[in-house]
Design a protein around this ligand. Structure first.
Ligand code: ADP
Ligand code: MG
Length: 695
């Protein structure tokens, strides 16, 4: 039998394969490109391309594709075969360095937010040698960045790579101040925990709302939801187990370190967590994970729902972005150390994150904003839309002591001086971890829990990396000029805590009292996607991104347009789907049932039998029917009016304020009617069947 290590990463052109297949000098140059971002010249690219092609063909690949991550949030690919005709009507398989390094693509249908007029619709994709190439469905996939001809980023990967580069420079400079001269590179690492739902394929196909929008737009709660918590970490059903096994194998072959799989809180909800890796690779891997989850599910008669809120009244799905910084020497910068100097360094990086999160709350909130995620944030199941940091009791105590120049604990005789004393030990994975916190320190990393399940993790990590870079650069300018390094460092950390402690919160984030308290502290509470996005172009945020060269102002403006447009489009599709379902399925079904009730009543009357039940239900249903029909017409009208509004923000805002509100009204009437209608008349699988349908 094959063991996991026999096939782990077999479909990846990884370091080991490169070492085996490339001449030493080419391998070394490529490593230089990968580690230090040095230019790779075409003759070397030719050698790499050829080795890649031979390897891919041996694995059965016939095509290659530049694999990129446009603003749609999903990945894109365009396949070309390796085939090249020869004069004697045979073919040879070819793949050049030029084809590896750069591809052209007619990109006019990808969102560009006005960056690309249609007459210059071409974009190009450029190889990102820091992400490994891999084989998927018989095609060699080459991870690439996607840009316009003017060089503007049209994807999510380019800004992420830029943010990693500036963060690297900023962090290395600081580490050198601490005497860590051997550190030449610092990379952010990420382990994203991914939540998802699985539903029966045949039931899914009978729900136009799931098919068109990924979430149920109608549906009343079954007698049982998640209140018993009997699904969380419960026994996994055989059909799900065989799906998970298949998924693991496919992911492992692609070098994705899928590690833990378990049932989540809601019925039919599950989670997959990989082992963390460098952020750009983690981003690729998470995209592949989402894609494969959907594909593998189908093979098992299931559909994987990645929507943030597929069902009203049960928990939605998110993604936890576990983030840390690691050096080429194997140091985790958020691991408290053993010596005074290591601890001082830990506290400095910790302070940088604290300040970054406080100063750029809105930037982080924007990075997770989407129509789907709006249903989660603030709904007592995911963190509220307010950003705060949870540090745990022990660390909070230490920071308080530093801030107030007080002694720590009772045993310590002296005040703790940063850079002079060591930190008292604090337990790592403390069990009292606060699960309602949006941004929690979990011993040696931070866990940002606001991301939606379908989001690309690129956006959040770009935001986080850039904000931390900005603060590290400011810290560097203070520390590099210090006469007394330890004293300056101590004061810097103390002042940072003093100025930004309003962001610390260890209480219950689901509590209404927190909303008031946060307001008192001046923390931002951006409830919806349009409200959040409005702040993307605030002066301080434009400055953050442009000064650090992660986005140009033009690119930011284009993203603002794209994100708002996408929000409006999603609500528009949902509204159209609701109108369609109400008119063609739900209203006719209720009408049919009321007809049956009326007929029964008539017969009973003729027989002189009491028909109180039929007439009462009929009356109630007929009222709801009129209400549903009137609201359907209202929704139709409102949607049309709003769709004609000019201006991306005004339009998105109106979709939220007017269209979404009318959709909720329509849903309410229909869900109420569902509860009164005989099951055999209801025209689609109900919540109970969808949520508990898998045996
Ligand atoms: P929980 O569900 O308790 O939050 P999990 O074990 O499911 O914890 O997930 C923790 C995630 O954090 C995993 O993906 C793990 O690889 C990741 N992780 C651990 N250490 C680091 C690190 N240094 N940098 C980034 N991610 C990390
Ligand atoms: Mg978690």
């Amino acid at each position: 039998m094959k063991t996991v290590s026999d096939f782990f990463g077999t479909m990846v052109f990884n370091d080991q394969v490169m070492k085996e297949r490339l001449p030493k000098d080419v391998y070394d140059s490529l490593q230089n490109t990968i580690q230090n971002g040095k230019h790779l010249d075409l003759s070397l690219a030719n050698v790499v391309a050829n080795a890649m092609k031979d390897w891919a063909i041996e694995k059965g690949a016939t095509h290659y594709t530049h694999w990129f991550q446009p603003m749609t949030g999903i990945t894109a690919e365009k396949h070309d075969s390796f085939i090249s005709p020869k004069s004697n009507s045979t073919v040879i398989m070819e793949f050049s360095g030029k084809e590896l390094v750069k591809g052209e693509s007619d990109a006019s249908s990808f969102p560009s937010g006005g960056l690309r007029a249609t007459f210059e619709a071409r974009g190009y994709t450029a190889w990102d040698p820091t992400s490994y190439a891999f084989i998927k469905d018989g095609a060699l996939c080459i991870p690439t960045a996607f840009c316009s001809y003017g060089g503007e980023a049209l994807d999510k990967k380019t800004p992420l790579l830029r943010s990693m580069e500036v963060l690297n420079k900023a962090a290395v400079k600081i580490l050198h101040l601490f005497g860590n001269e051997e550190v030449t590179s610092v990379k952010p690492t990420v382990g994203p925990e991914q939540e998802y739902f699985l539903v029966d394929k045949d039931m899914y196909n009978k729900r136009p709302d799931l098919v068109y929008t990924g979430r149920t737009l109608f549906g009343s709660m079954p007698p049982k939801g998640q209140e018993l918590d009997d699904h969380y970490f419960g026994t996994i059903k055989p059909q799900i187990k065989s799906f998970m096994k298949d998924l693991d194998y496919e992911l492992w072959a692609l070098g994705v370190f899928a590690k833990t799989e378990h049932n989540e809180a809601a019925p039919s909800q599950h989670e997959l967590a990989p082992v963390f890796t460098t952020t750009n690779l983690a981003t690729d891997h998470n995209q592949l994970t989402m894609e494969l989850m959907q594909r593998v599910a189908k093979k098992h008669g299931l559909i994987c729902l990645l929507h943030e809120k597929p069902f009203d009244g049960v928990n939605g799905s998110g993604k936890h972005n576990n983030w840390s910084l690691s050096t080429n020497t194997g140091m985790n910068l958020f691991e408290p150390g053993e010596t005074p100097s290591e601890n001082a360094q830990f506290l400095l990086f910790l302070s940088a994150v604290i300040r970054a999160v406080d100063e750029y709350q809105d930037v982080l909130r924007i990075s997770v904003a989407s129509a789907g995620n709006d249903h989660r944030l603030g709904a007592n199941e995911a963190p509220p839309a307010i950003i705060s940091i949870f540090l745990g009791e022990e660390l909070t105590e230490i920071l308080n002591a530093i801030e107030k120049d007080e002694k720590i604990g009772s045993k310590e005789k002296e005040q703790m001086r940063v850079g002079v004393h060591i930190l008292p030990k604090f337990p790592k994975d403390t069990s009292d971890r606060n699960r309602t916190s949006p941004f929690a320190f979990t011993g040696n990393k931070f866990e940002f829990r606001m991301l939606g399940s379908s989001a690309s993790i690129a956006d959040t990590n770009t935001a986080l990396n850039t904000a931390v870079t900005h603060v590290l650069n400011e810290f560097y300018s203070i520390l590099s000029e210090a006469k007394d390094f330890n004293a300056t460092l101590h004061n810097l950390i103390r002042d940072t805590i003093k100025n930004h402690k309003r962001i610390f919160f260890s209480g219950n984030g689901y509590d209404d009292a927190w909303v008031k308290e946060a307001e008192r502290r001046g923390l931002s509470n951006l409830k919806s996607t349009p409200e959040a996005l409005k702040h993307l172009l605030d002066e301080k945020n434009v400055k953050l991104y442009t000064e650090n060269k992660v986005f140009s102002e033009k690119e930011l403006k284009s993203r603002f347009e794209i994100l708002l447009e996408s929000y409006s489009k999603i609500i528009n599709i949902e509204a159209l789907t609701m109108v369609d379902m109400a008119k063609k399925l739900i209203i006719p079904a209720i009408s049919k049932y009321t007809k049956t009730l009326a007929e029964t009543c008539k017969v009973k009357n003729e027989l002189g039998v009491n028909c109180m039940y039929e007439s009462m239900v009929n009356e109630k249903l007929s009222d709801l029917l009129s209400e549903a029909f009137k609201t359907t017409l209202e929704l139709e009208k409102r949607r049309k009016e709003v769709s004609e509004i000019k201006g991306a923000y005004e339009k998105a805002h109106s979709y939220e304020e007017i269209v979404l509100a009318t959709m909720n009204k329509l849903r309410e009437a229909c869900d109420e009617a569902e509860k009164l209608t005989a099951r055999e008349y209801w025209p689609m699988p109900d919540y109970g069947e969808l949520l508990f349908g898998i045996r």
